[in-house]
Design a protein around this ligand. Structure first.
Ligand code: AMP
Length: 410
């Protein structure tokens, strides 16, 4: 199946060609025909599956000529995601005359007001700033025909659901809606029933499986050796670009500082940084000015940072879904990548929860020639995991590590 079979507009097909997309991804294959037919769609797919194009290509095709009225609205949980989706939509629609504005907080109103004054067909926004504009009377939603709620579960986590509801209420009832969410908790189910019309649900792959192109392993380590192990890993592994995930902003700053002291080119991304710093970090990382990006979950979820060769979970994520989101940074759209998780004794229950969630045991490995201090985790395999995932260890290609315990490859 090629893009040309979907009935997309010639201008959008040209845009797809210019992007270098040859074949639709699985979510695009399922979502594009439904959206072209006018159906409401719920998409639950892993990050990096091509979901932006899955909703944007059919909607942009249906928009036709510009009218200066906001007809297509996309809500995103973070400024970074809003900016990223705006770039993608701008690229897809480059052979049309459609006009786009991106609205998010943390920056002045000047440019956003200028764009809105000129009239825009498409708005990509975070809920808070969008409501500000509506309150000021600088944006009306009474012409919205297409509404996309992206990363709905993250908007829920961030407490945006009441804002989202207020926004949806201002859109005409006669519209087409799509909602994307990695998980569908009950509050999102309620939102779906309230905001969508007879939606079709598309699940791509197992909702819980991590990106299949990623090889992931766990490095058990004593608490006091975490930073040494991180430094050694970065020293020994051949990476092009790596994201190091930390649990807190404070820890992210500490680790960034440590890596800088060890001659790594490092940027930091977390929600206490100014918009300018965040943009600089992302742009520099994309361009290769920084080889390491140290980030917290909230700042980085869903970001499309291409060609990340490695993800290191300096801290084990506390929510199993975050594990999938984090390692989804690598192995995006067919590329392969490696994901390393440092695990200390106190992380055991979180690791087992992740393994149950993804339905797979993550291999434990040790770094060769690293002088390990003893940790009870080294006995983990012998003791058996209470409540752990009972399945077999899946084979993995390991660089710079080796299996230990009963699962060691002989
Ligand atoms: P997304 O899941 O929308 O963040 O997309 C992930 C990455 O895949 C982005 O870099 C897209 O440009 C890329 N992508 C999306 N669809 C395709 C496709 N059909 N062929 C190649 N790359 C794609």
């Amino acid at each position: 199946m090629a893009f040309s079979n979907f009935g997309l507009s010639p201008q959008i097909l040209e845009g797809i060609k210019a992007m270098g997309y040859v074949e639709p991804t699985p979510i695009q294959l399922r979502a594009i025909p439904l959206l072209m037919q006018g159906r409401d769609v719920i998409g639950s797919a892993q990050t990096g599956t091509g979901k932006t194009a899955a909703f944007a290509l059919p909607i942009l095709s249906k928009m036709g000529e510009p009218t200066d009225k906001t007809r297509f609205l996309v809500l995103e949980p973070t400024r970074e995601l809003a900016a990223q989706v705006e770039t993608a939509i701008h690229d897809f629609s480059r052979f049309t005359q459609l006009r786009t504005a991106v609205l998010y907080g943390g920056v002045g109103y000047g440019r956003q007001l200028d764009e809105l004054k000129r009239g825009v067909d498409i708005v990509i926004a975070t809920p808070g700033r969008l409501l500000d504009h509506m309150g000021r009377g600088t944006l009306q939603l009474n012409n919205v025909q297409f509404l996309v709620l992206d990363e709905a579960d993250r908007m829920l986590d961030m407490g945006f659901l009441p804002d989202v509801k207020r926004i949806v209420q201002k859109c005409p009832r006669e519209r087409q809606s799509a909602l994307f969410s990695a998980t569908i908790p009950p509050q999102i189910e309620t939102l779906i029933q309230w905001a969508m019309k007879d939606p079709e649900t598309i699940e791509i792959g197992a909702r819980r499986s991590p990106a299949e192109t990623v090889e992931h392993v766990i490095y058990p380590v004593a608490e006091g050796q975490k930073t040494d192990l991180l430094l050694q890993l970065l020293e020994r592994v051949h990476y092009e670009s790596v994201i190091v995930f930390c649990r807190t902003k404070h820890r992210a700053d500490q680790i960034a500082h440590l890596l800088k002291r060890n001659q790594h080119a490092v940027a930091v991304l977390h929600s206490n940084r100014t918009q300018r710093e965040r943009e600089d970090a992302l742009a520099g990382f994309r361009k290769g000015k920084y080889e390491v990006l140290v980030a917290t979950d909230i700042a980085s979820r869903g970001l499309d940072i291409a060609d990340v060769s490695h993800v290191v979970n300096y801290d084990v994520p506390q929510h199993p879904e975050d594990y999938i989101h984090r390692i989804g940074r690598t192995g995006r759209a067919e590329a392969s990548g490696d994901a390393f998780t440092l695990m200390v004794a106190g992380d055991a229950q979180h690791v087992y929860a992740i393994e149950r969630f993804i339905g797979q045991k993550v291999p434990r490995v040790k770094l060769e020639n690293f002088t390990y201090q003893y940790t009870a985790l080294f006995e983990e395999e012998k003791q058996g995991q209470k409540g752990g995932f009972p399945g077999k260890v899946r084979g993995a290609r390991i660089k710079g590590g080796y299996f230990f315990g009963p699962s060691r490859r002989r």
